[in-house]
Design a protein around this ligand. Structure first.
Ligand code: CP
Length: 322
């Protein structure tokens, strides 16, 4: 096995070498997108189930496209019309799906630990597509892929993550992945949204936005997750925007080369102004494109694919669908 585990639950569990292997495979798969036929036959005969129990646009469609571009057979599980609604447990539902002879399950769930739990009880590979406030490993990988395309080696590079750090699986996956690649991560937001314990993951905490962005190479701006607030931790959207919203005025305090990322979905004019979201510094849709390539790489490697088959000339040699 190129990856040590049958599952991808979080970037906390991956070594630096495993992260780099996935990113290199993703770059190889990314080249397919510029071909007239954006499809390769390497997952033919394998079945992947997309098991989304929490809303998603980008991740769900991105996984589905990745699976289709690898020629896998796919099933999209619809939680709202499933027997989960009749009280069936997550485990029973997943074991029944596995009994239909499938190879891989992509899980999005609102509970932290749901993907790890399914990974323990199922023989099929489990990919975490976001579990509550725990991790979103493929988002972390696609963010890192986008940063490396712009900056090259991330050792010594400065990444500032701004927003609702406490509720953010994206922040956690970014911190684990980026620090393993040698980047310096600063997190910024109101004290009620930045738990002091985050420093234990290797990030520096800074509550002053202008100081946090001053020497950053990248700003990764997080969505204010209203659906995960058990109580309001800031006075309102307008106040948040005034204090921590990334605007053109805030960008004036950054290096000219500093660029802006957002995992989506965006709250325009709350955590990011529309002018920045649509402006020349942002790479938000590049992130989305890279997401499909990252997910192809993860699916390929977890299914036992050999990255050496993708390297060098095989970058060109990821064979097209006949
Ligand atoms: N970035 C992200 O996870 O978006 P979705 O919730 O739309 O999948």
């Amino acid at each position: 096995m190129i990856l040590r585990s049958k599952d991808l639950i979080g970037l906390e569990d991956l070594s630096r070498e495993e992260i780099l292997t996935i990113l290199e495979a993703a770059e190889a798969f990314r080249t397919i997108f510029d071909r007239p036929v954006r499809k390769v036959p390497i997952m033919r005969g394998r079945t992947v189930v997309n098991f989304f129990v929490e809303p998603s646009t980008r991740t769900r469609i991105s996984f589905e496209l990745a699976e289709k571009r690898l020629s896998a057979d796919i099933v999209n599980f619809d939680a709202s019309t499933s027997s989960l609604k009749k009280g069936e447990t997550l485990r029973d539902t997943a074991e029944n799906i596995q009994a239909m002879k499938i190879d891989m399950i992509v899980v999005r769930h609102s509970s932290p630990g749901a993907a790890a739990y399914l990974g323990r009880v199922l023989k099929a590979s489990v990919i975490n597509a976001g579990d509550g406030a725990h991790e979103h490993p493929t988002q972390g990988l696609l963010d890192i892929m986008t940063m490396r395309q712009r900056l090259g080696d991330l050792a010594g590079r400065k990444v500032t993550i701004i927003g609702d750090i406490a509720q953010s699986r994206v922040a956690r996956s970014n911190i684990y992945g980026l620090t393993k690649l040698g980047a310096e991560v600063t997190v910024c937001g109101p004290p009620t949204m930045v738990p002091a314990a985050i420093a234990r993951l290797g990030a520096t905490v800074e509550h002053d936005l202008k100081r946090a962005v001053a020497d950053a190479d990248v700003l990764n701006i997080l969505r204010i997750q209203l659906e995960r607030q058990s109580q309001m931790v800031f006075p309102g959207n307008r106040e948040y925007h005034l204090m921590f919203g990334v605007t053109e005025e805030v960008l004036r305090h950054t290096k000219p080369s500093c660029f802006v990322m957002h995992p989506g979905p965006m709250n325009r004019d709350v955590e990011i102004s529309s002018a920045v979201a649509d402006g020349p510094r942002q790479v938000i849709l590049e992130q989305v494109t890279n997401g499909v390539a990252v997910r192809m790489a993860v699916i390929y490697l977890l299914s036992g694919g050999d990255p050496r088959q993708l390297g060098g000339g095989a970058r060109a040699g990821v064979r097209e669908e006949e």
